[in-house]
Design a protein around this ligand. Structure first.
Ligand code: 5GP
Ligand code: MN
Length: 335
């Protein structure tokens, strides 16, 4: 069976520098982006368990708590939640962040930073930077670091790598999946991951409140551009009526894409501070990242987001126009 390979020579060099830097240091602080998702949680904890297997000291800090359905995964309760870190460490490993500010945690700048990320437009803010846009999940890159460190895949490490890949590929729907993705997944399954149980834990663990919220969101869904664009809108009142929190919205955005005609979805979440949080998903070559970057956000071709100040009625029309244009462009190369 072929070895998992990194994307290119520069990537291989960055990977080996990172492994050397880790082996030379003892105390680590690990972080990832605000409002963490499965890839940020999985990447962080896989890295944490690998470093501890080498006898290193590890602390983890994030700006926000993990969504409920990740809370009983191993080690999630160890992640400190803070908007400022006072931890001292020999190195800070930042995963899944194109920019240090994506962490939402202040006080990190003075560390020796190791930046591991797969988001296009990474700002290379670390002392060591490994950026690989071809990775389907940051967890793929963390897997390579763990292999590079010579740490065997324990069941906990394998679980978190699989979690990262399962969620960041949109359960194997997005267009950035490669043979490397399945090669890594194969190795995690050999190390004890049960894919059926993982899918149930991650995707089939909704509360009744979340089901109500899904019903309310789909009921009020608007279809634009002959049904090619779906628009979901939510405010805090809707969350309250359904007995939900913001964490319960995770994954809901993928549901409209199960309709054959729908090529892209935009989900507007109206914030209490006069801002609108915008999440987008798409099929095949419809590039929602280009829309996000126009507003200072980011992400991937099929999954991207940003936050924009203002009232929904004002901010929505140009975003919808850009998405309709992105759909027309993406459909030109439909397989
Ligand atoms: P989500 O819609 O699930 O919040 O995010 C989808 C993807 O877009 C993720 O890869 C996430 O990291 C990225 N993303 C979401 N919001 C932002 C943002 O405000 N800035 C940047 N740079 N990326 C974002
Ligand atoms: Mn990711």
């Amino acid at each position: 069976m072929s070895q998992t390979t990194t994307a290119n020579q520069a990537g291989a060099e960055a990977l080996s520098s990172i492994c050397r830097a880790i082996l030379d240091r003892r105390r680590f602080l690990l972080t990832s982006h605000a409002r963490p998702d499965g890839d940020s949680i999985g990447s962080q904890l896989a890295m944490a368990y690998a470093l501890e297997a080498l006898g290193k000291e590890v602390r983890l800090v994030n700006a926000d708590a993990a969504p409920d359905h990740y809370r009983d995964f191993p080690g999630v309760d160890r992640i400190e939640i803070a908007d400022r870190s006072v931890a001292t460490a020999d190195a800070l490993i930042v995963m899944e962040c194109s920019d240090l500010s994506r962490t939402g945690v202040a006080g990190l700048d003075d560390h020796f930073i190791i930046n591991i990320d797969h988001h296009a437009g990474n700002r290379m803010y670390g002392a060591l930077n490994w950026f690989d846009e071809s990775a389907a999940a940051c967890g793929e890159m963390v897997f390579d670091v763990i292999r590079g460190l010579g740490v065997p895949l324990s069941p906990d490490i394998a679980t978190h790598i699989y979690l990262a890949i399962l969620t960041d590929t949109g359960s194997f729907h997005h267009s950035n999946i490669t043979p490397r993705t399945f090669d890594i997944c194969r190795q995690t399954v050999e190390a004890g991951v049960n894919p059926a149980a993982m899918a149930r834990r991650v995707f089939d663990s909704n509360s009744f409140g979340k089901l109500k919220l899904i019903g309310a969101l789909l009921d009020s869904m608007e279809l634009i551009d002959n049904g090619r664009l779906a628009v979901l809108t939510m405010d805090d009142e809707m969350l309250k009526i359904c007995g939900c929190t913001h964490n319960d919205t995770e994954g809901v955005i993928n549901l409209p894409l199960t309709a054959r005609e729908i090529q892209a979805v935009v989900f507007f979440k109206i914030g209490s501070a006069g801002e609108v949080r915008v999440s987008m998903r798409s099929k095949y070559d419809v590039d929602v990242r280009a829309v996000a970057t126009a507003y200072g956000g980011g992400g991937h071709k099929n999954a991207a987001g940003f936050t924009v100040p203002g009232r929904l009625a004002d901010v929505r029309p140009p975003i919808v126009d850009r998405l309709v244009a992105a759909i027309a462009e993406g459909l030109k190369s439909r397989p």
